[in-house]
Design a protein around this ligand. Structure first.
Ligand SMILES: C[S@@+](CC[C@H](N)C(=O)[O-])C[C@H]1O[C@@H](n2cnc3c(N)ncnc32)[C@H](O)[C@@H]1O
Length: 235
């Protein structure tokens, strides 16, 4: 009984959480016009799907979606796609999205499969407060690990870029090394983003919590100048 109670509530991993089960999640997901149920069919055709040639920006691990939705509303000349792995997270996020945003889609999937959904059509990837996977044996699950960077090569159009923000210093240092070793150029490195930023900055839900606690936010823009798309393992 104690175990059931635990599983049904918030499951906290440090400051990172998994939401409890949402009972009617399948209906909620099905009813959402933004959710693409079979994203693989648009491989290489996302500009057609949007009906324009505007740049495509993707947030991996969109969580409750504040960041991606507010960006889509503010920047109609950019196409935004949010990726999220967990149904329970999406079932809470999707009903909150206002209707009629033409430059927004949402995909439910594990980002390790991202190269089966996109082909050289993404300009920017956002990694906002990604799960830190603190144990060394789990480091390759990090969204900034070499395993994921290999997949991103296949989805980036010319000159892809990763915008990363985190509260986790260890993940941040790991990611700077990982990006750099892989051949990304690092720009806009900040160990305290919210003392460096311009006004009107769009924050994420997690970011708001950390700012409220007075914690520094680490950020970097990693730019992929040299493309090497061969020998990619499709998962
Ligand atoms: C700590 S939360 C951050 C959410 C949001 N970006 C924010 O800053 O408020 C990380 C999110 O990434 C999602 N996630 C983690 N690994 C993922 C993966 N491999 N593919 C897609 N989503 C993933 C998790 O389910 C979770 O919702």
């Amino acid at each position: 009984m104690h175990m059931n109670w635990f599983c049904d509530k918030l499951f906290l991993v440090g400051d990172y959480m998994r939401l409890r089960n949402v009972k009617n999640k399948e209906e909620i997901l099905k009813a959402c016009p933004y959710l693409i149920s079979d994203p693989c069919q648009f491989l290489g055709k996302w500009h057609e799907k949007f009906g324009n040639s505007n740049p495509i920006y993707v947030e991996i691990g969109m969580g409750k979606g504040k960041f991606i939705v507010q960006n889509a509303l503010r920047y109609p000349e950019i196409n935004f796609i949010g990726i999220e792995k967990f149904d329970n997270v999406l079932a809470r996020a999707l009903p909150m999205i206002p209707e009629g945003i033409p430059n927004l889609y949402i995909i439910r999937m594990d980002a390790i499969k991202i190269s089966s959904v996109f082909s050289h059509e993404i300009k920017r990837i956002y990694l906002n407060f990604s799960d830190p996977w603190p144990k060394v044996r789990h480091h390759l699950r990090r969204l900034s690990s070499k395993v994921f960077l290999e997949q991103y090569d296949f989805v980036f159009s010319e000159g892809g870029e990763i915008y990363m923000r985190t509260d986790n210093q260890e993940l941040y240092i790991y990611s700077l090394e990982s990006f750099s070793q892989y051949g990304y150029q690092l720009e806009q490195i900040s160990f305290d983003l919210h003392h460096d930023i311009l006004p009107n900055f769009i924050t994420t839900e997690y970011e708001d919590k950390f700012i409220h606690k007075g914690l520094p936010i680490y950020s970097v823009v990693a730019k992929r100048s040299v493309k090497s798309n061969e020998n990619i393992l499709h998962l």
